[in-house]
Write a protein of this length. Structure first.
Length: 353
């Protein structure tokens, strides 16, 4: 092949390459001005994905989703309806805090068992509930371990004072608990629960309905004396009309000395000399905000303890007392009297000899 033919062939190859380059350049140039349908399709999918990723359940349906497109073969029985705000049930009114105060006795060998039994009772009460246990400092470690395992919200208060009188010790413990409630402004309904009390669980829900003061009958059981004595109010509906004392062991009712002037309640005491410590409950705000409940003064002076103040306020105006249950129709609290020292059988035989 001559050199002329070779040069001619090279020129043709360059022409083809230049033609292909020109065609590709022109197509690329005009393609840049064309609408990108494919790009918009994928961008729509990306937007939908981002929306679903941050999706939350809204009470109001989105207007853009009011008419979703469903495939014709979709089984409508498998659809799950998301409830709106109108479909959701209304929340019940929040329960008031129930503050249960329990005092202890030093040297009581049944104390741990009774505290565990009371803990089981309080554990069945719907929250919120705060159990305040007051105890001598030396006896506290064993009880603290039991309280930690009880599953109840509690506060364990201790004191270092020594007492020879059991009543004075119990009153001091109640004042310690009331002082703690007042200092921390624990708003709720306060009830003094003895460790040997036996409860109808419905009583706690009744106590939560108390606005200011509430009271109920207490049946006191004594194994040694074989007696059942009932202390508490006599009620008409939810109003207190007297304070009888009934001895159920013989079916005989006895009353206090003072009688009411109402002829319909003759033989029923208008006011008791005292009220059973476990037979009432009160709103804790009376301790730091007595004016709210019609009391002219704030806290009493230091010579009068908080517990005595509460008892006086409760008995001052019976119209503010709420009877539980209405008409005193049932006993919901039993107090079991257990002597601190129980003689063993062989000691009794030796004493008879």
């Amino acid at each position: 092949m001559s050199s002329f033919d070779r040069s001619k062939k090279r020129i043709q190859l360059w022409k083809k390459a230049l033609l292909h380059f020109s065609v590709c350049f022109v197509m690329g140039f005009f393609t840049g001005f064309a609408p990108t349908n494919t790009a918009s399709l994928f961008s729509g999918q990306l937007v939908s994905y981002r929306h679903i990723k941050n999706l939350g359940i809204s009470a109001e349906p989105d207007k853009g989703l009011e008419k979703p497109v469903e495939p014709p073969s979709l089984n409508r029985s498998l659809l799950v309806k998301i409830p709106t705000g109108k479909d959701l049930p209304l929340e019940s009114t929040p329960r008031d805090l129930l503050i249960v105060i329990t005092t202890t006795r030093s040297g009581d060998r049944f104390q741990e068992a009774f505290l565990m039994r009371l803990a089981q009772t309080l554990r069945s009460v719907p929250p919120p509930l705060l159990w305040i246990v007051v105890q001598a400092h030396n006896d506290a470690p064993a009880t603290a371990e039991m309280l930690r395992k009880s599953g109840i919200m509690y506060r364990h208060l201790t004191f270092k004072e020594n007492f020879t009188d059991a009543k004075a010790e119990a009153d001091h413990q109640r004042n310690v608990a009331l002082g703690h409630i007042e200092h921390h402004r624990l708003t709720g309904i306060v009830h003094f629960a003895g460790i040997s009390n036996i409860y109808d669980s419905r009583l706690f829900e009744e106590i939560r309905q108390i606005e200011l003061f509430g009271t109920w009958p207490v049946a006191m059981v004594s194994a040694n004396r074989k007696r059942v004595v009932v202390e508490g109010p006599s009620c008409r509906s939810s109003k207190v009309v007297g304070w009888p004392v009934g001895d159920l062991s013989y079916g005989i009712g006895t009353t206090n000395d003072r009688t009411s002037a109402d002829p319909g309640t003759v033989g029923i005491a208008s006011k008791p000399a005292r009220i059973n410590i476990s037979g009432f409950a009160f709103n804790s705000s009376i301790l730091w905000d007595p004016e709210r409940w019609g009391r002219p003064t704030s806290m009493p002076d230091t010579s009068q303890d908080s517990f005595k103040f509460v008892q006086e306020v409760i008995l001052e105006d019976e119209t503010k007392l709420k009877c539980i249950p209405p008409n005193s129709s049932k006993i919901m609290l039993w107090h079991l009297h257990v002597p601190r020292v129980i003689p063993l059988p062989f000691h009794q035989k030796q004493n008879k000899r």
